[in-house]
Design a protein around this ligand. Structure first.
Ligand code: PLP
Length: 427
């Protein structure tokens, strides 16, 4: 290879990996071990004191996991990454580094439902207070800033509606407030959108979705953009002050532009424990190798399905930013020119009954609560994931009674459309 930076497809296959130094195995092995033998007492002490990099215990790091981390860091253009047990674990660890009891963070109201629950309920127990803003209105983030604000959290393309956010405008608000912008890039993937290039200081992923891509493993990742100046800010003591659990080591001074990733590992992952299994890391690494090919096909199929649905007499509306005329189309063309992802919603004229009927009659589509699989997936939020909410709450969450959510897979587009056609014809 030449000295030029490899392209995205090359990085998807090679970044972070090399033939196994011990065996020559070409594929990164599953290092299924809990711990690692130290060379001697000095080596052990250096590892424990963070004076040397190396493997100690698989709760903190593992060679299979390390390759996955190097791969996602390269794809997102970050300085370092941390792979953990799930997307939710990744979010938990990020906020554990950043927040003290009584602190606030601002989050877009347009988020994955699980994140809304995590922020509204579980985070409250730690004294971490979410303040909600409107993802469609960057000024609402600015209006929500208080002296207690420590971070802003958004999704680049938001679940479930496929809404595209004006990330650069919200990044400008974060910069002015002197807080890091955290972007959940799960729906877009770095193939369609790289948040760091638009001002994100921390990127978070559910690896469970498009990055793993085959619906076989739960995992999450935190990517440090290396852009936030923790020492200058001085408001994040876990990074900028001497650490009592490492004999006064200052993580910000010692690790510079990857200090956040180090803090997330050696403080939060070490103490809270949601490590990814080496087997899951292996499966997700294999999935990543085909990320660009898969996303290209996901997007092509999503456009075809959305165009077909738009013309169907039983369909009332289609919300897909990839369609001309959509409220988010211009923003998508500017920020995600390669496509607006493959998750979107549409509404049936027949309302709730028609939605239930559709999901009961599909054959190729799987009725389940996931996205980002090679298989096409469908859900009717009002009768499933959002059933416990009032009709008003469902409406504001983008999950009204008539709403159906698709995650369009990479089967033949004609077969995906034929399945929807027969299911709609049967009502
Ligand atoms: C699924 C998902 C999560 C949570 O990830 P898990 O791996 O399920 O914990 C967070 N954000 C988005 C956008 C998701 O789709």
């Amino acid at each position: 290879m030449t000295e030029t930076t490899p392209g995205f497809a090359t990085l998807s296959i090679h970044a972070g990996a090399q033939p196994d130094p011990a065996t020559g195995a070409r594929i990164t092995p599953i290092y299924q071990t809990a711990s690692y033998v130290f060379d001697n007492a000095e080596h052990a002490a250096a590892l424990f004191g963070l004076q040397a990099f190396g493997n100690i215990y698989t709760r903190i790091n593992n060679p299979t996991q390390s390759v996955l981390e190097a791969r996602v860091a390269a794809l997102e253009g970050g300085t370092a990454a941390l792979a953990v047990a799930s997307g939710h674990a990744a979010q938990f660890l990020i906020f554990h580094v950043l927040l003290e009891p009584g602190d606030e963070f601002i989050a877009s109201r347009q988020l994955y439902g699980g994140s809304i629950n995590q922020f509204n309920h579980s985070f409250k127990k730690f004294g971490w207070n979410v303040v909600w803003a409107d993802g469609n209105d960057p000024a609402s983030f600015e209006a929500a800033v208080t002296p207690k604000t420590k971070a802003i959290f958004i999704e680049s393309i938001a679940n479930p509606g496929g809404i595209v956010l004006d990330v650069p405008a919200i990044a400008a608000v974060a910069k002015k407030a002197g807080v890091p912008l955290i972007v959940d890039n799960t729906l877009a993937t770095p193939y369609l959108f790289r948040p760091k290039e638009h001002g994100a200081d921390i990127v978070v992923h559910s690896l469970t979705k498009f990055l793993g891509g085959q619906g076989n493993s739960i995992g999450g990742a935190i990517i440090d953009s290396g852009t936030f100046d923790w020492l200058k800010s001085g408001r994040y003591p876990a990074i900028s002050q001497p650490n009592p659990s490492y004999h006064g080591l200052n993580i910000g001074e010692t690790f510079g532009n990857f200090a956040f990733a180090i803090a997330a590992r050696v403080l939060s992952l070490r103490d809270l424990g949601p490590a990814i299994s080496p087997f899951n890391a292996f499966l997700i690494l294999n999935g990543l190798e085909t990320l660009p090919l898969r996303i290209e096909r996901h997007v092509q199929n999503a456009v075809k399905v959305a165009e077909w649905l738009e013309k169907h007499p039983k369909v009332a509306w289609v919300n897909y930013a990839g369609l001309p005329g959509n409220r988010y189309h211009e923003l998508a063309q500017r920020l995600t020119p390669k496509g607006a992802g493959a998750v979107f919603t549409f509404g049936l004229k027949g309302g709730y009954e028609a939605g239930v009927n559709l999901i009961s009659n599909v054959k190729l589509f799987s009725l389940l609560a996931n996205i980002g699989d090679v298989r096409s997936l469908i859900i009717h939020p009002a009768s499933t994931t959002h059933a416990q909410l009032t009709p008003e709450q469902r409406e504001s969450a983008g999950a009204g009674d008539d709403t159906v959510r698709l995650s369009v897979g990479i089967e033949d587009a004609a077969d995906i459309i034929a399945d929807l056609e027969q299911a709609l014809a049967s009502q």
